[in-house]
Design a protein around this ligand. Structure first.
Ligand code: 5GP
Length: 217
């Protein structure tokens, strides 16, 4: 089989990596997320697997909100500062009628989930937009509560399957995510293209390539 310098990731690897990361970072014991926000499409399957290993004290499943973000790479320009740095929202948070809370983000531990942190542009944008929503909720909270009521603290965290070891184009607008140990990367990888199983045309060939690479590691 040809070595094409890509890294093939199997479903089993995704599952095991996720489980190991939850244990290694002690996410259930220390961070204890209340809500996951999965960035689509790559964050959807990891978020669902993650939910299998995350436990809530109440025994209920951790809700997953889906958001859609795309790197807008089709700009007709060759300016490297512009290409790939624009993110567009294709879908945003939507809390259904079962959410009676008028401030559904406030006071929550919110775990943002994506498959890979490459240039960090997408994650930085997601954090920036969530911080705006949280600020709006703070204003609502102040309006609807008596003066001096402490505003519940919201803590954002990030979970990715893979973090590419490289200089990032963007920094996270909430530095406490990294500084306070709420950046959870299941695995650090070299700056190579990762091929995920949900992208495979031929899943048998993909899985074979993945296990050959694993055996040669
Ligand atoms: P960013 O550069 O903003 O960190 O990553 C943007 C998006 O590009 C990721 O969410 C992911 O969908 C995609 N991406 C970046 N690197 C890879 C990769 O190695 N493999 C795959 N399949 N997608 C990638």
């Amino acid at each position: 089989m040809q070595n094409d310098d890509k890294i093939y990731i199997s479903y089993n690897q995704v599952h095991k990596l996720t489980k190991e990361a939850v244990e290694r970072y002690r996410i259930n014991e220390i961070y204890k997320p209340d809500l996951m926000i999965a960035i689509g499409g790559g964050g959807f399957i990891p978020a669902r697997i993650l939910r299998t290993f995350l436990k809530r004290q109440s025994g209920q499943n951790i809700p997953i909100q889906a958001i859609g973000l795309s790197l807008y790479e089709d700009l007709v320009t060759s300016d490297p500062d512009i290409i790939g740095t624009q993110v567009i929202k294709t879908q945003w948070l939507q809390f259904g009628p079962s959410y009676t809370d008028i401030c559904p983000l406030l006071g929550k531990n919110i775990l943002i989930v994506d498959e890979v942190d490459d240039t960090r542009t997408t994650l930085a944008y997601a954090v920036q937009e969530l911080l705006k929503d949280i600020e709006e909720e703070k204003l609502k909270f102040i309006e609807t509560n008596s003066a001096g009521t402490p505003i519940p603290e919201t803590k954002l965290a990030i979970f990715v399957l893979h973090n590419k070891k490289k200089e990032k184009r963007m920094e996270l607008p909430d530095p406490s995510i990294v500084n306070e140990g709420r950046y959870f990367a299941a695995k650090e990888t070299p700056d190579k293209w990762l091929v995920y199983p949900w992208e495979a045309n031929d899943i048998d060939e993909h899985t074979t390539k993945s296990s050959l690479q694993e055996n040669n590691e």
